[in-house]
Design a protein around this ligand. Structure first.
Ligand code: IPE
Ligand code: IPE
Ligand code: MG
Length: 264
């Protein structure tokens, strides 16, 4: 498929620069429950509808040429929700992976996952492992599913692995640096997000990628996740392109030019 063609033609009022796209977009997909409650529906109806937003955003991001899209689908803390809702969400993840598999393959999209997979029900784990292995050699966008994920737990895991390496004498404490910590995180090998989107009007990270978001541009919208579609993604990326990223330095090069330097 021709990159940048479809969505940009559909929304000519948004002026996106295809040369300065964020390489990695991360999304906290929030507001499903409120979307449903506003309509007098069960919270789970919001989750069900949110699946359509996932498809729209994944396919649009891929068409745009975004390289990595990380979706926060279920946090470590979300295990504390009512059992029925957790069970519904797990069934939804299962069905999503089954039904989207063909579409993902057709679009050459690779799927990987971060989080404590051992806590997921066996059925979800198996279909997830299957999707990951079947899409492993795809060359399009990488979708990173954050399932049972927590940023603090991610940092703790990295600290443990590094501590074990030090204890075993494989590395000295002086050799522990930012690059090593980054490699040991669940996102090891993936560039840090350039743009974080959170829907539903909440202004917090809720234990998402804590270390990785240090210099990410943050974008908050009141739109609830089930209403978030192609146009909303393009709007967020347009807003991103209006930002000046400085990374603590002095800006001389204009709008987000340093993100390009970061990507080099
Ligand atoms: C996000 O929507 C989905 C998950 C956290 C799994 P919520 O279920 O948090 O919806 P609100 O925030 O209650 O509206
Ligand atoms: C964050 O949303 C997690 C996901 C979107 C998966 P929450 O709805 O769980 O976050 P809080 O509770 O509002 O902080
Ligand atoms: Mg929420």
């Amino acid at each position: 498929m021709e990159p940048h063609s479809l969505p940009l033609n559909e929304f000519p009022n948004l002026s996106l620069d295809p040369a300065r796209l964020p390489r990695h977009v991360a999304i906290v997909m929030d507001g499903n429950g409120r979307w449903a409650l506003k309509r007098g529906l069960n919270r789970c109806e919001g989750h069900r509808r949110g699946k359509d937003s996932v498809r729209a955003v994944v396919e649009t991001a891929n068409e745009l040429g975004i390289q990595y899209l990380t979706l926060f689908a279920f946090s470590n803390e979300n295990w504390q929700r009512p059992k029925g809702e957790v069970r519904f969400l797990m069934q939804l993840f299962y069905r999503y992976l089954i039904t989207e598999s063909k579409r993902l393959m057709k679009r050459d999209i690779r799927v990987i996952a971060i989080g404590e997979m051992s806590r997921l029900p066996g059925q979800v784990r198996r279909v997830l492992a299957d999707t990951i292995s079947r899409t492993a050699s795809n060359r399009g966008m990488t979708v990173v599913l954050a399932l049972s994920y927590g940023g603090r737990q991610d940092v703790v895991g990295a600290a443990r692995r590094i501590a074990a390496a030090v204890a075993a004498g494989r590395v000295t404490p002086e050799q522990v640096d930012e690059a090593m910590v980054e490699r040991e995180l669940m996102t090891g090998g993936i560039p840090n997000p350039d743009l974080l989107i959170r829907t539903s009007g909440e202004l917090r990270l809720s234990n998402f990628l804590l270390f990785q978001l240090a210099y990410t541009e943050l974008y908050f919208t009141d739109t609830l996740w089930p209403d978030f579609r192609e146009h909303d993604l393009l709007k967020a990326i347009t807003a991103y392109q209006m930002r000046t990223r400085r990374f603590g330095m002095v800006n001389e090069g204009g709008l987000i030019s340093l993100s390009a330097a970061n990507q080099a």
